[in-house]
Ligand binder design. Structure first.
Ligand code: MIC
Ligand code: SF4
Length: 680
């Protein structure tokens, strides 16, 4: 049975009347996104014809999810709210703090020792305030949410930009900063600018080497990293309904990379199958009763340009596999053009490592299709040229793929299986030799490939592809290899071709797991004590920021003018810094260390206007702070692209930056900067 089934029942019971009222008020058919938005208006929010991209509207999301790296700050804020319990079902997932070094078991042990203080804190806060707690090793937040909590027509927020993954089950799931999560857990309304709507019609059917990932790689190429800003992307058409539910999740997941508020798909048979196979036939049965409200009105998909602000059509029959990168997820190259493009750009073509998994691409279907390629290595007398690594998305998937013999096949090609956690995707990869900063190429099925993201090496060229393409390229060890047309030389000196991947959408024998890693909270948590050691290096209780003095800001000094891309990874780097996510002062020592100084093209090297000397950004800023001098940070376009981490907004404020001036901001970062944090 599903978690929180009564909440889902209530929502579905009220949905028809709410949808009808909105349809009547607007006097036209509704898109799916509008149906979900209108059925989640906060009780104090008046129903009206909101202006897309203009009106600020109050919502009541159904649930909240937080991962360990962001939950610490969100829960430190929630503890100040004075509530005995969270107001809506909420969960915490321990996935970001586990380094990938040796293999799953050993790495997990290291993490549970090293981060014990943080895990204990998160577990006891969850226990006290009624949040579900998913232990380290249980899996990556977005996979665990998809397997357990996501449901068609629901609205959730999560303190991670890839919360949008749950759109694969027909939700509106939106990434936010911790202060927003704190508001909703405290029973307050959640505000969002009424989004614009982009409709993407998928015609035809995926076939051969092409996978759901290629849809979003293509879309990212069309829309770029900021093309989805302020918009919900709604997918529809025969190509959508013929695709698996987890494939839809992959597409929605990477919608974060085009800046979209979220992405979603209408309820269909693939979602019903997925719900049933993950033990939620009850949710599928309920959804069937309101199925017409869980997708757009038929008129909308028949004439989409009338209802969406922008419509894109993609023919899956002819869609080619893509590889996006390096250094940005929107630089899309079809596999047939890669050779030419790579050589023209001087990208290193030898592939050192292929990595599959992550929250984006670790479904049973993904793994089974990748395994169908790994099997061909011994069948065809090949050897795998690159290293190959797997990070499963959840213990349920890991256990099931082990049972079904997939991990054995992978081990025959020398694969390493890391913990069910973020690992290499977020820089928690202790890659041997990365410190030498050598120019090299990796391919992965994750979602982001900003400089330094996976292994901290600025010279690692990372390309994003489907698990199938990543596996084929790891076997070939060559970025210019096109598995659709090219051959490989086997141990007999023959030319052999890889057969196109095949796999199962869902495990034929069903999912299985021994310990999924869930810990339910205490019925009455009032006696649970949450202790934070004042001497801790990892956790620090929050003090309110000083309020604005009410007068104009004058005589500010320029801390840094950042050149080019300045993502949240540049502003508050992850990897080794993740351990300080619960300690604002300590993590502030990474402030803007990845940003390129416009004037000398260096990172973490700025001129102090106090003494004319060059120093690191945090040192320079701390000196201004000590002298009581406010500063200004200047950025370019789409500043703060990427993550939901509010540290990127809190650190500058904590250290005394008064103004961030840019041509434009990414949505979540803008909200984080403006946010009145709820403990103020
Ligand atoms: C990411 O993929 O960048 C992260 C790490 O999951 C972040 C969250 C964070 O910064 O903690 C995200 O996408 O929001
Ligand atoms: Fe974790 Fe990477 Fe997914 Fe972020 S994108 S949640 S770091 S696996």
């Amino acid at each position: 049975m599903a978690f929180d089934i009564d909440m889902i029942k209530k929502l579905y019971a009220e949905m028809p009347a709410k949808v009808e009222a909105a349809r009547k008020m607007l006097g036209r058919p509704l898109t799916l996104s509008e149906k979900i938005l209108f059925s989640h208006l906060h009780s104090d929010q008046k129903l009206e014809g909101f202006e897309r991209g203009g009106s600020y509207v109050d919502f009541a999301p159904d649930r909240v999810a937080m991962q360990d790296a962001t939950a610490q700050m969100a829960l430190l804020q929630f503890m100040q709210a004075g509530r005995p319990k969270v107001a809506v079902p909420s969960t915490v997932h321990c996935d970001h703090l586990i380094s990938a070094k040796v293999e799953a078991k050993q790495d997990l042990q290291v993490a549970t020792t090293e981060s014990k203080e943080v895990y204990d804190f998160l577990a006891s806060v969850s226990n006290k305030y009624g949040l579900g707690f998913w232990k380290p090793g249980a899996g990556i937040i977005h996979q665990v949410v998809l397997e357990n909590y996501a449901f068609p027509g629901g609205m959730m927020i999560g303190t991670d930009s890839h919360t949008v993954n749950a759109g694969g089950l027909g939700m509106l799931a939106i990434g936010v900063g911790g202060a927003d999560a704190c508001d909703v857990m405290a029973g307050l309304a959640w505000e969002l600018k009424w989004p614009k709507l982009i409709g993407i019609k998928l015609t035809g059917k995926l076939n051969g080497w092409t996978a759901p990932k290629d849809v979003i790689l293509k879309v990212a190429g069309i829309l770029t990293v900021k093309g989805g800003t302020g918009a919900i992307v709604e997918y529809f058409g025969e190509g959508a309904t013929s695709m698996s539910c987890t494939g839809k999740g992959t597409i929605c997941n990477m919608g974060a990379e085009i800046g979209a508020t979220t992405s979603t798909f209408g309820y269909d048979a693939s979602m019903s199958r997925y719900l049933s196979s993950t033990g939620r036939a009850d949710v599928a049965a309920l959804a069937d009763t309101v199925a017409a409200h869980l997708t757009a009105d038929p008129e909308v998909y028949a004439d989409p340009s009338k209802y969406f602000d922008e419509v894109i059509e993609i023919d899956l029959n002819t869609l080619e596999p893509h590889l996006n990168g390096p250094f940005t997820p929107d630089l899309a190259t079809p596999i047939s053009k890669m050779k030419e493009v790579a050589l023209a750009n001087g990208w290193p073509t030898k592939i050192e490592v292929g990595l599959i998994g992550s929250c984006t691409n670790s479904s049973y279907e993904d793994i089974s299709r990748a395994v169908s390629l790994a099997k061909q290595v011994s069948e065809k007398g090949l050897t795998t040229k690159a290293e190959y690594m797997i990070t499963p998305g959840s213990e349920q998937v890991r256990y099931t793929i082990e049972r079904d013999g997939f991990l054995d096949v992978f081990s025959q090609i020398g694969a390493k299986v890391f913990a069910n956690a973020c690992g290499p995707c977020i820089g928690m990869w202790e890659r041997v030799g990365a410190e030498k900063k050598e120019k090299n190429t990796i391919v992965h099925s994750f979602n982001r490939n900003f400089a330094k993201r996976a292994d901290g090496n600025p010279n690692t060229y990372a390309f994003v592809g489907s698990p199938e393409i990543v596996t084929a390229l790891a076997i070939a060890g060559d970025l210019t290899f096109n598995p659709l047309t090219d051959t490989l030389t086997n141990d007999k000196g023959e030319q052999v071709k890889l057969d196109a991947p095949t796999g199962d959408e869902l495990p034929v024998r069903g999912f299985a797991v021994e310990d999924a890693g869930f810990q339910a909270p205490a019925e009455d948590g009032s006696q649970v004590v949450v202790a934070v050691d004042p001497a801790s290096k990892r956790l620090q209780l929050l003090d309110p920021f000083t309020a604005w003095e009410g007068t104009d800001l004058k005589s500010l000094r320029l801390l840094i003018k950042a050149k080019g891309k300045c993502t949240t990874d540049h502003i508050s780097m992850a990897g080794p810094w993740l351990k300080f996510r619960g300690h604002l002062d300590n993590i502030s020592n990474n402030l803007l260390i990845g940003a390129v100084n416009f004037f000398n093209e260096k990172t973490d090297n700025v001129k102090s206007q106090l003494n004319g000397n060059y120093d690191t950004v945090p040192n320079t800023q701390r000196a201004y702070k000590a002298a009581g001098i406010g500063t200004i940070v200047v950025g370019d376009e789409n500043y703060g692209e990427g993550s939901s981490r509010e540290h990127a907004a809190m650190e500058p404020r904590h250290l005394g930056v008064r103004v961030v001036l840019t041509k434009s901001f990414a949505r979540i970062h803008e909200t984080n900067l403006k946010n009145k944090v709820c403990w103020l």
